[in-house]
Design a protein around this ligand. Structure first.
Ligand code: IMP
Length: 409
């Protein structure tokens, strides 16, 4: 089967950008199926660095086709900026990058609302303020504006009315200032003109690729515990970063995905608010952040750091149907010189093997830790708990700093 999905097993920032770039050399296309410019996938290749936000990582390889699926949310300004920057580095992307007309547009008012909600909230989510929540709210509220609408100005002008009226009320209720209808309309039409060469029915495109025998990667952004259903709700993002998200967000039949690579970091990090049972507030957290360079690729925010949480990884393996595990940043633990991980939790005297599906329990559980003599021993503990082999281990930033391990099961 042609499809391999790559998903994060923690709270994002597992190093998926590097993993996708590493695997992309054996693939013909990469599909992003959810999320938007909240993502930041960093790739270091041949001394070059690129931080992907919207465009599929893997496009540093010059023959790889990039597809942005219907499940995504597109910030027009961010997209044009990234398109410009990447084209400068790898040449023109026309004919190599395709955007589905069904992807939703992040409107300026969505970003404004994201910021206003966060500022007004008692307990903010700690979002990236990229408008992700409000845009997906409008998608499900049937108030969204889609990429294809920008190429049909007469339809757009009419269709925007409901979205505009609703969002104006929201923005004004929170004390913000709503841009004018005309301003938004011409900005969208202008965007449509600029992206015309890239817009294409990606379902048809994928069918063509499949018929040619292409191998295709599905790139999940964020991570399993930021999934709107399976994450640490409500401290999650508004999409489905799990492997199932590729089916509804990319238009890919489930049976065509026969390999699911689960990426996890040798320790745990999280950006934004929400529970984090193995978080280290003291010196260890500080050292992990410094050695690992744990600052957000999108927002520059320092990431919260702590020990590897094996129950989280094992449970995410179930949700995603992981076939291969990919461990990243092992070199950071090597430098720290401590190989510690949670192997279960204590919840009021009861031992839990997996994270609890009750939000409240996440604040109550006490991790049960184990120390290992080496990185290999720690990875074996992950394999035992997850029932899946760790097939790759990344030990540095560069493309080539990856150790392949024998698959045994
Ligand atoms: P939003 O996606 O901007 O709405 O943010 C919701 C939560 O997801 C916040 O805790 C963010 O920090 C987190 N988040 C969103 N995108 C990423 C990502 O790409 N990596 C890590 N955390 C993310």
């Amino acid at each position: 089967m042609p499809y391999t999905a790559i998903v994060g097993l923690q709270w994002g920032d597992e190093g998926k950008g590097k993993v996708i770039d590493f695997l992309a050399k054996d693939y013909d296309a990469v599909v992003r199926f959810q999320g938007g410019a909240n993502a930041g996938h960093s790739v270091y290749a041949d001394g070059k660095f690129f931080a992907f936000h919207l465009i599929p990582s893997g496009m540093l390889w010059e023959d790889v086709v990039g597809i942005m699926g219907p499940g995504m949310v597109i910030d027009p300004d961010a997209f044009l900026r990234e398109l410009g920057e990447l084209s400068e580095m790898v040449g023109p992307l026309e004919g190599r990058l395709f955007l589905d007309p069904r992807a939703h547009i992040v409107m300026p008012y969505h970003k404004l609302e994201d910021a206003l909600f966060e500022a007004a909230a008692d307990r903010p989510i700690g979002t990236t303020r990229r408008g992700i929540g409000p845009t997906n709210r409008d998608r499900y509220g049937r108030l969204g504006i889609r990429v294809g609408d920008t190429l049909r100005p007469a339809y757009l002008k009419e269709h925007m009315r409901r979205a505009y009226d609703f969002n104006r009320r929201v923005v004004e209720a929170y004390g913000g200032e709503m841009p004018s209808y005309e301003e938004l309309y011409s900005w969208l039409v202008d965007f449509g003109e600029r992206i015309r060469p890239y817009v294409r029915d990606t379902v048809e495109m994928l069918d063509e690729l499949e018929r040619k025998g292409a191998r295709i990667l599905l790139e999940g952004a964020q991570g399993t515990y930021l999934d709107i259903n399976f994450g640490t709700y409500p401290y999650v993002t508004s999409s489905h970063p799990i492997s199932g998200g590729a089916t509804v967000g990319g238009g890919i039949a489930p049976w065509k995905i026969d390999r699911v690579v689960g990426v996890f970091k040798a320790y745990t990090t999280r950006v934004g608010e929400g529970p984090f049972p193995t978080e280290e507030h003291g010196e260890v957290g500080e050292r992990l952040r410094e050695i690992g360079g744990e600052y957000g690729a999108t927002t520059g925010r320092p990431r919260r750091c702590g020990w590897l949480d094996i129950p989280m990884v094992a449970y995410a393996t179930l949700i995603n149907g992981i076939t291969d595990l990919f461990a990243t940043k092992m070199d950071v633990l090597d430098e720290l010189g401590i190989y510690r991980a949670a192997v279960g939790y204590d919840l009021g005297g009861r031992r839990l093997r997996y994270p609890s599906p009750y939000s409240a329990d996440w604040y109550e559980v006490k991790p049960i830790y184990e120390d290992y003599p080496s990185g290999d021993a720690l990875l074996e503990a992950v394999e035992r708990a997850a029932g899946v082999d760790v097939v790759f281990v990344s030990v540095g930033k560069d493309r080539d700093a990856v150790i392949e391990r024998q698959k045994r099961r």
